[in-house]
Structures are given as structure tokens and as C-alpha cells.
Ligand binder design. Structure first.
Ligand code: XMP
Length: 512
């Protein structure tokens, strides 16, 4: 692959580290998050155009605080230290870091020297997010002050000769006004980047590399209909055509028409070798009478592997197994942090069960928004590319209690109505996840002159960026009214609709 310019992000444990990497990429420069104690040799090998030190919760005076050796400042590579990164730079280079009496937090007016390259294009004051206790009292020799706040004497510092910069605030978050411009200035004015990280060239380069790597070998991909596996499959198919086989296990727990839609795209639009296994009955038999959500998950995970294994065996040995791993998974596992919830058929589960020689992960360097851009480049329809997250165990965890085909069908209809009305209203752009749940509750209702004893559907809609926390969406009453009346009128066996108005935490997004 063409050698891209790279910015290394040294991870000192701050909560915004991935965000910094994404912001750099948004500026069209490739970035990699690496551990703070990466060796000097490794850095030289990677030949970065610049280095960013992230923030972090530690104090430079802490016994076990993360540190990197002073040699890094002698490499002649521009460095931007953010928050803890600035304090570490100061401490290592002989300046003074001091503990403040109280923490400074929130968007704060920073008085800046806009003649500095780092602040090119700024006014003399700007609101940036500050979040720190320690601060730089004296900048190291060779540095000058280029920013301060009412309570922080050195909110930004520069050593133009050595191209070393420090900022106490966080330019990467949205609460900082024009924060991205600080990053852009660092990349383009200080590191002299050209900006060669474009999704169109990623697609071109990847296809070429995959062609070279796989040659005439055979590859196998588990397709779930989610964004990552879909994009990985299309990329592979562009590279090796019919030497790729995709197995799509339809467990019967997908949303209305979803299985057919996935099949249509891959068969008709891309002419991919697709094996769709309609395994609904197998899954429903195994799930019959099971009410515990964890048990449901386990059964589905195991059955998925069984079905996939059976189909894969028919193909004999394959050379490559394609996985839709993406960069956040790599960062989280690679840097030893706790892992996010994963779908049972994303990563990890399959290798033990398939006879293959090597794993191919064409998306392992991409963030989710980049995967989506690649998807669009490849012509994958928008509704698939921007599909909201959908749990691997599918509707099984949205039917509370035991699962039957009838219950799944009721839920599919109600959910389709909800999604249709949200899309019609345009709210789908601001609500990050929304779906219906079939509660296990039946109650008395009246329809016409008849008494009914039917199910309650719950609607859930949340706004979130990380899916770890979220607020319930304030959907206008008229829309809720329309959804509710359509569901009770159009979906048999439902006589009541409720709306979930709980935050996460304390609730979760899914009802299980
Ligand atoms: P909770 O319910 O824990 O869900 O607030 C957080 C997010 O994770 C999704 N989710 C899953 N995604 N496989 C996945 O790929 C799973 O097994 C799974 N379970 C929950 C959920 O939809 C929400 O977006």
C-alpha cells in the first residue's frame, strides 16, 4: 500500500484518545494510537510526521505515572502535548508543574497569542474545554507562553525551533470552539502534512493489496448484514471476485424484510457468491421455552457457530477467513483496556471452528465513520451503511420472556411502523437508536365493543454518541401518537403502547 503520512498518538490513558485519532483523520492525515512507552526504535521505524501526547488522569508526580523517555524530544519530530501530555513535556524538559487547589473544568476563555502557528486563524480569545488539576507554572527553557486563562498562567506553550507545543485544553472535543483548527494547524503548519488520507485512495489501495495478498486463494466471510461485515465483504469481492464466498446465517431473529434486503444487495448489486442459510427453525427450536436473556444469547451464539461450521465444512479448506474487525476493537484489545460488548459473530468466535490458513481484516485500521465512508465509496446503499446498531442476538433480546415465531412477527410489524414513522419525520438523523420491544405483559383493552387481552409494545429511542450512556429522545407527542395509533390498529394482538423515558444509566438501551 502507498505509504501514508502518519501521526502517532501516544496514549497516556485519557478518555478522549480515540477522539484525537479520529480528529486527525478527519483532517485527512492517517493516525495511529500507540502505547505511551513505545520504543524510540519503533517510533523511528514508523517515521511519523508528528506526535501527539494525549491527556490522562495521572499527575507527573505520581509514583507510577506514565512517562516516556526524554529522547523522544530529540528526534526532531514535532510534538503536541495535550493536558497531561503538556505537563509531562514540561516536567521532562525542566519546567515546573504545580498542583492547583481546585480543579478547573468546563469551557473556558483562553487568551491566546494568535501570531503562533498553532493558533493561526484564531481571534485573541477562544473558548476551549479545560479539565485539569495540575498545571504548568513555569515553561521549560526555550519555550514561550502562547496562552493563558484567568486561573491558569500557561494554558499553551511553544518552542518553535524544536517544534514542541503544549496545550492545557482539549481541542478534540466539541465543547472547544474551533478546536479542530488547532489540530489542523499542528498537522499542516507545523508538521507540514500534505493530507493524503482519503477514503477513495483507501479503497483503491486496499483492493490492490488484497489482490496481491490473496492471489488465487479462496476466502470466506461471515456476513451479518451489519455495516462492518458488509463493507469487508464488498471490498474483498472487488479484489478477488468469485474466490470469495459469504455465508449469511439468517437466524430468523432479524427485523422485517431484513434478511431479504441483505440477500438482494449482495446477490444483485455485487454478484457475490452468497450462501444464505435459513436457519430460523433450528434457532427457534433451541430457544423454545427459554426466558433468561443470558441463556438466549448463549444458545444463539453457539447455534450460530454450529450452522456456520456446517456450511463452511462443505467448502473444504479455505485460505483466508475475512473478519470485519475495526480500529476501536484493535485499540481496546491491543492496549489492554476493557472490551466493548461484541456481537457473537463479529470477532473472535469463528476462527476455532473454521479450517483456514490466515485471517484477513481489511478494516482493522478504520474507525466506524471511516468504514461508513468506504461503504459509500463502494456504492453500498445508505440505509445499510447508516444502519443503527443491531445486537447480534437480534430480536431474541427484544422479545421479553420466551420466544415464539408469532411473538417475533408481532414485534417485527410494530418495529417496522415505528421505524417508518421516525424516518418520515426526519428524526432518524438525530436519534441514534430506536426500536420496539415486545414486553411479556398482556392487559385488558377494549376494541370496538370487544374486550381484548393483548400485548404491550414498548418503544425505545435514545440519543447517544458512545452507546455507553444515553438520553431518551424527546420525540414530539404527535409522532408518538401516530406511532401508537398505527401499532394498535395495524398490529394484531397489541392493545397498548408505552414509551420508555429512562436514561442510560441507570437503564440500558436494550430491554433484556
Ligand atoms: P445496552 O443495552 O447494554 O446496549 O445499553 C448498548 C449497545 O450495544 C448494543 N448491543 C449489542 N451489539 N452485539 C452487538 O453487536 C450484542 O450482543 C449486543 N447487545 C447489545 C445495543 O443495541 C446498544 O446499541
Amino acid at each position: 500500500m502507498k505509504k501514508n503520512e502518519v501521526i502517532l498518538i501516544l496514549d497516556f490513558g485519557g478518555q478522549y484518545n480515540q477522539l484525537i485519532a479520529r480528529r486527525v483523520r478527519e483532517c485527512n492525515v492517517y493516525s495511529e494510537v500507540v502505547p505511551f512507552d513505545i520504543s524510540i526504535e519503533k517510533i523511528k521505524e514508523k517515521n511519523p510526521k508528528g506526535i501527539i501526547f494525549t491527556g490522562g488522569p495521572a499527575s507527573v508526580y505520581g509514583e507510577n505515572s506514565p512517562k516516556c523517555g526524554p529522547q523522544i524530544f530529540e528526534l526532531g519530530i514535532p510534538i503536541l502535548g495535550i493536558c497531561y501530555g503538556m505537563q509531562l513535556m514540561t516536567h521532562t524538559l525542566g519546567g515546573k508543574v504545580t498542583r492547583a487547589e481546585k480543579r478547573e473544568y468546563g469551557t473556558t476563555r483562553v487568551f491566546i497569542d494568535n501570531t503562533s502557528k498553532l493558533f493561526d486563524g484564531f481571534e485573541t480569545t477562544n473558548g476551549f474545554l479545560m479539565s485539569h488539576t495540575d498545571f504548568v507554572e513555569t515553561v521549560p527553557v526555550g519555550f514561550k507562553n502562547i496562552g493563558k486563562t484567568d486561573s491558569c498562567p500557561n494554558a499553551a506553550m511553544a518552542n518553535d525551533e524544536k517544534k514542541l507545543y503544549g496545550i492545557q485544553f482539549h481541542p478534540e472535543v466539541n465543547n472547544s470552539e474551533n478546536g479542530i483548527l488547532v489540530i489542523k494547524n499542528f498537522l499542516y503548519q507545523i508538521c507540514n502534512c500534505q493530507g493524503d488520507w482519503q477514503m477513495s485512495s483507501f479503497v483503491e489501495d486496499s483492493i490492490k493489496t488484497l489482490k496481491e495478498k490473496i492471489g488465487n486463494g479462496k476466502a470466506l466471510c461471515a456476513l451479518s448484514g451489519g455495516v462492518d461485515s458488509s463493507v469487508a465483504a464488498v471490498l474483498l469481492s472487488k479484489a478477488i471476485g468469485k474466490n470469495l464466498t459469504c455465508i449469511f446465517v439468517d437466524h430468523g431473529l432479524l427485523r422485517k424484510n431484513e434478511g431479504d434486503e441483505v440477500e438482494k444487495i449482495f446477490r444483485e448489486q455485487y454478484d457475490i457468491n452468497l450462501i444464505r442459510v435459513n436457519a430460523e427453525n433450528r434457532f427457534l427450536e433451541k430457544l423454545a421455552g427459554v426466558t433468561d436473556p443470558e441463556k438466549k444469547r448463549k444458545i444463539i451464539g453457539e447455534e450460530f457457530i454450529r450452522v456456520f461450521e456446517q456450511e463452511a465444512k462443505k467448502l473444504g479448506t479455505v485460505d483466508f477467513l475475512v473478519q470485519g474487525t475495526i480500529y476501536p476493537d484493535v485499540i481496546e484489545s491491543g492496549l489492554g483496556k476493557s472490551s466493548v460488548i461484541k456481537s457473537h459473530h463479529n470477532v473472535g468466535g469463528l476462527p476455532d471452528y473454521v479450517d483456514f490458513k490466515e485471517i484477513v481484516e481489511p478494516l482493522r485500521n478504520l474507525f466506524k465513520d471511516e468504514v461508513r465512508k468506504v461503504g459509500l465509496e463502494l456504492g453500498i446503499p445508505e440505509n445499510l451503511v447508516f444502519r443503527q446498531p443491531f445486537p447480534g442476538p437480534g430480536l431474541a433480546i427484544r422479545v421479553i420472556g420466551d420466544i415464539t415465531k408469532d411473538k417475533l412477527d408481532i414485534l417485527r410489524e410494530a418495529d417496522a411502523i415505528f421505524r417508518e414513522e421516525i424516518a418520515k419525520s426526519g428524526l432518524h438523523k438525530s436519534i441514534n437508536q430506536y426500536f420496539a420491544v415486545l414486553t411479556n405483559l398482556r392487559s385488558v383493552g377494549v376494541m370496538g365493543d370487544e374486550r381484548t387481552y393483548d400485548y404491550t409494545i414498548a418503544l425505545r429511542a435514545v440519543e447517544t454518541t458512545d452507546f455507553m450512556t444515553g438520553v431518551w429522545s424527546k420525540i414530539p407527542y404527535e409522532i408518538l401518537e401516530k406511532v401508537s395509533s398505527r401499532i394498535v390498529n395495524e398490529v394484531k394482538f397489541v392493545n397498548r403502547v408505552v414509551y420508555d423515558i429512562t436514561y442510560k444509566p441507570p437503564a440500558t438501551i436494550e430491554w433484556e
